[in-house]
Design a protein around this ligand. Structure first.
Ligand SMILES: C[S@@+](CC[C@H](N)C(=O)[O-])C[C@H]1O[C@@H](n2cnc3c(N)ncnc32)[C@H](O)[C@@H]1O
Length: 933
């Protein structure tokens, strides 16, 4: 029996919902618990589970309607989710007429509403033969039907816990495990704290409020945050300073000295007679002056150089300042730089707030400096005791990791507590020390405090909020950074989220396990492995673990508080493949014969997943469907250009039996399957709300190939596992890969750009590639990987000369004018490839590229001649006649059709670059149409 997800999936709507959920930022249900990287959208998890439980009927359209109803993603459901204020303003018809993504901007997320209406349940029950009144009853009944019990859903790489959390919320028995103790704790908390219901949440909040109030009193008594103007410090801004050789003073470092754009606050520096330290002044400036500061006036850290604030021409490379032997390594008891260290640190601004809520920025005065000293003294008094108790970190930072190496190199930091100022350690430590011992519900709060209050955070002058350490996936050191006063720690410490109780909380389990060693059985495994992943979970996780390692052992005696980095799955080489095959073999053993798996993974380059397909095949699984959902990303910013855009959801079942396959028989089967798959997707596409884009079709082609291939236990007598691990030369392909690529070729050729149906047959592969490239470009596709993927499909080896830009997220094809400028279309050559006499300074160009001698390239050149001649078509026409001689007349109709297609390109904003060329194409088409021999 096929399940819904094995036949279809509402990709467009789910992408819109997933995107909305990700955009909710801090108000996503699980983010409030603590940072983890790559959390999967809950709505996607919910849809996946329902999609794997719901049987497919012979009526695909009705199945889809019912599925959307269950998720409240049908028209009625979205209307009911629409916020009342909007409902009052809009008519239902007008609301329904909006594109889905626009509709849901004013809706609650599906997870935050009660569920389908009574009427909807009647329809759902009628179609599915169930008697459910809510989603957990539906899950129970569908599970009973397929597996004979409540379905058990597991995730062996559970990370932040999205998968077990959502599974439990909709009524499944949920199992989650991860290698990393921080992930284990977050998952445990998602299930037991959020899933534990209001009572537990209220109790935990009360404990945290109380601890906060006690700490507040203590800090007030110490007098370390209050001044004698009746103000309290909300935030402190620090910077690193350095005294280069030959410089008479310490240079405070910051890439910009703007503190608040809204209030036009900046920091400036003054020399002081007889002192090597500059003195900060915090000023309110005019709008014009602010602009100068935004343009780096006085900036002292530019392009990895320390710049003299008074003479921008004087600068020193930061790397050279660190010296040939690198920085002094901080000792365990260091909390601030020692005198003589290359990098010193100082406070340069305090943000105060008074009883009325007025904000004031000021440079520190001598009392503030005294208070800083007091903080250091208070910390020193408690330091070793707190480290022993585990209220502040004491662990060593593992040396030489991808992320951690830079902490040693750039700051000399060797222990996790070095990433926090004395004030940060004192504040978080005071809270930690007051928590009741064994209060496991609050351990994630300590990690959260660390995330939002470390030397690695930022204070964006546009927002005046304090970012978290992991606003991306790296441990980046900062030249200037904020520190929170206690008041700004409140929301980071006291639990904010609340969620209803889970129906079957007693049937949830969380373990800390290497996925190879699991022995739990689940009906459905949904996993999101660290596939060719940019995130070093084990290294980054240690940042948090350092804050509760000692408490964790007390709270979870069976857990080892160690990331066990050596067991972490990572990379994409042979070791990675070996561990993945082992893990998925293990999971396949631990599911019933009719069980299902979904492997999710997010990667920019769709090609890499063919490799994953092989791994899963070797693990004894067969693919039954694959869908891509756009889930958007968390890490634009620093690692720009590399962000991922789609999550591939691959559905798998156990392969039973060892049926042999033969390559020559497989090809036609793949061809049929690819065509069938594409046709069924095209049939589901809904006109103005297309479900699928190019990437989806390409993915579907791969999936179709995998579907055919993975049914077989071996291919031409060769074992799949041997093939996965066979040693190959760099560009050598396995037969398996060849089949998969062939599928892509079939898909590419099945998808003809609208309006080119009659010309397609006459075009060569490279010409088709160019036109399809334009086609995807015109639909907004900019991912370079997609242009490469297309090229694979058409067998075009070198696409560089055809692309105007091959930036990771800014790829586009050349226009005719662009091609001319790049040289490829510049060289006139006749059909035999011979160069035409040089005309208008045509330079020599790449005649070896297969595109250079194609009729399409000549046609593009004729367009270019038309634009150059101020839209007179004569030179272009003449060029074509000279180039093709008598052949011109047979080619003419085809040319006209292509020109017409090209003339429509420039109509959209996406293709504004084409405007002039499209106009020329239109004029040239007219001229050719009226040409007479
Ligand atoms: C992509 S994340 C999972 C994110 C998760 N699906 C979520 O929504 O939060 C991959 C996880 O695999 C874990 N991991 C890596 N190697 C592992 C192993 N050998 N066994 C179990 N888990 C492992 C990492 O700690 C990480 O949490």
């Amino acid at each position: 029996m096929q399940t819904f997800i094995e036949t279809q999936f509402p990709i467009a709507r789910l992408s819109a919902e997933s995107y909305k959920e990700r955009k909710a930022g801090a108000s996503q249900t699980l983010t409030g618990l603590g940072k983890w990287w790559g959390r999967k959208p809950l709505v996607l998890v919910r849809a996946s589970i329902i999609g794997m439980l719901m049987p497919a009927s012979s009526d695909a359209k009705r199945d889809r309607e019912i599925f959307l109803k269950i998720l409240t993603m049908d028209d009625e459901g979205t209307w009911l989710r629409c916020k009342p204020a909007i409902q009052r303003k809009t008519s239902r018809a007008a609301f329904n007429a909006l594109p889905y993504a626009d509709r849901i901007t004013n809706c609650e997320r599906p997870e935050n509403v009660e569920g389908p209406s009574k009427e909807a349940w009647a329809d759902i029950n009628e179609h599915l033969g169930t008697t459910a009144n809510n989603i957990s009853e539906l899950v129970e009944q569908l599970g009973q039907r397929t597996f004979g019990h409540t379905p058990r859903v597991g995730d062996s790489f559970c990370g932040g816990g999205s998968i077990p959390f959502e599974a439990a919320r909709i009524g499944c028995d949920a199992f989650g495990s991860d290698l990393n103790p921080v992930a284990g704790l977050l998952t445990w908390a998602s299930l037991n704290l959020l899933g534990g219901g209001k009572e537990v949440q209220d109790e935990v909040r009360q404990v945290q409020e109380k601890v906060f109030a006690q700490t507040d009193k203590q800090i007030t008594d110490w007098g370390i945050e209050h001044n004698d103007r009746g103000e309290r410090a909300e935030a402190y801004l620090y910077c690193v300073e350095v005294k280069p050789e030959g410089c008479e003073f310490y240079i405070p470092l910051a890439p910009s000295w703007v503190i608040s754009e809204k209030y036009r606050i900046v920091c400036t520096w003054k020399r002081v007679e007889g002192s090597e330290q500059l003195q900060p002044e915090v000023l309110t400036v005019s709008d014009d002056e602010l602009k100068l500061y935004k343009n780096k006036k006085g900036a002292t850290a530019i392009n990895s150089r320390a710049v003299d604030p008074f003479d921008a021409n004087r600068s020193w490379s930061i790397e050279s300042l660190r010296g040939p032997n690198g920085l002094r390594r901080w000792a365990k008891n260091d909390v601030v730089p020692r005198p003589g260290d290359v990098f010193q640190e100082r406070l340069y601004c305090i943000r105060w707030i008074d009883a009325k809520g007025n904000r004031r920025y000021a440079a520190p005065d001598e009392h503030d400096i005294e208070r800083e000293k007091k903080v250091l003294g208070l910390l020193k008094d408690r330091f070793s005791n707190w480290q022993n108790e585990g209220f502040i970190p004491s662990a060593v930072i593992p040396e030489g990791g991808d992320e951690t190496a830079r902490l040693y190199r750039e700051r000399g930091w060797t222990h996790w507590h070095h990433l926090f100022t004395p004030r940060q350690l004192l504040t978080i430590g005071s809270l930690a020390a007051r928590l009741p011992s064994n209060h496991k519900y609050s351990l994630p709060r300590l990690g959260n405090l660390a995330d939002f209050n470390s030397r690695l955070t930022r204070y964006p002058s546009t927002r005046e909020t304090i970012n978290n350490t992991f606003s991306n996936q790296a441990l980046n050191t900062m030249f200037n950074f904020p520190c929170r006063g206690l008041l700004l720690c409140k929301n980071v410490f006291v639990l904010q989220s609340s969620v209803d109780e889970f129906p079957r909380l007693e049937s949830t389990t969380v373990m800390l396990m290497d996925a190879r060693d699991l022995s739990e059985t689940c009906d459905i495994w949904i996993t999101d492995p660290p596939y060719a992943d940019a995130v070093n979970y084990h290294e980054l996780g240690d940042f948090f673990l350092a804050w509760f390692d000692k408490q964790l052992v007390k709270a979870f005696p069976e857990w080892t508080p160690d990331a066990r980095a050596e067991l972490a799955v990572r990379g994409d080489g042979e070791d990675f493949r070996r561990s993945m095959v082992d893990i998925y073999q293990n999971l396949a053993h631990h599911m019933p014969e009719n069980g299902l798996q979904m492997v999710m993974f997010t990667h920019q380059d769709p090609a890499v997943w063919a490799d994953l397909g092989m791994i899963l095949w070797a693990a004894g699984l067969k693919a039954t469907a694959a869908w891509t959902i756009s889930t958007e990303t968390e890490a634009a910013g620093i690692k720009q250009g590399n962000y991922v855009q789609g999550t591939v959801c691959l559905v798998l079942r156990k392969r039973i039996g060892l049926e042999p396959g033969y390559l020559d028989e497989v090809y036609p089967l793949v061809e049929d399957e690819v065509k069938r798959q594409i046709a069924s997707m095209q049939a589901l596409d809904e006109g103005d709300e297309p479900n699928f884009n190019d990437a989806d079709y390409q993915l579907a082609a791969y999936a179709a190939a995998l579907k055919v291939l993975t049914q077989y236990g071996n291919l031409d007598g060769r074992d799949v596992e041997d093939e996965v691990f066979a040693v190959r030369a760099k560009n050598e392909k396995s037969d398996f890969q060849a089949v998969i690529e062939r599928a892509l070729g079939i898909a590419c050729d099945t998808l003809i750009p609208n309006g080119l149906d009659n010309s397609w047959r006459d075009l060569s592969l490279v010409e088709r590639y160019y036109l399809r490239g334009l086609d995807i470009e015109s639909r907004g596709e900019r991912r370079q990987g997609m242009y490469e993927e297309l090229a694979r499909g058409f067998g075009v080896a070198n696409i560089r000369p055809l692309l105007k830009s091959d930036k990771a997220n800014g790829a586009r094809m050349h226009t005719p004018s662009g091609l001319a400028a790049s040289g490829l279309a510049q060289l006139g050559s006749n059909d035999s490839g011979e160069a035409l006499p040089s005309k208008r300074g045509r330079a020599s160009a790449d005649t070896t590229h297969p595109f250079a001698s194609t009729p399409l390239r000549h046609l593009l050149f004729a367009i270019r001649e038309t634009t150059v001649a101020d839209n007179s078509p004569e030179p272009g026409r003449q060029y074509l006649r000279d180039t093709f001689g008598q052949g011109y007349w047979t080619k003419r109709d085809g040319f006209v059709r292509l020109l017409e297609w090209l003339s429509a390109l420039g109509n959209t904003a996406e293709m504004a670059e084409w405007r002039a060329d499209s106009e020329a194409a239109r004029i040239l088409a007219g001229r050719l149409r009226n040409d007479h021999a």
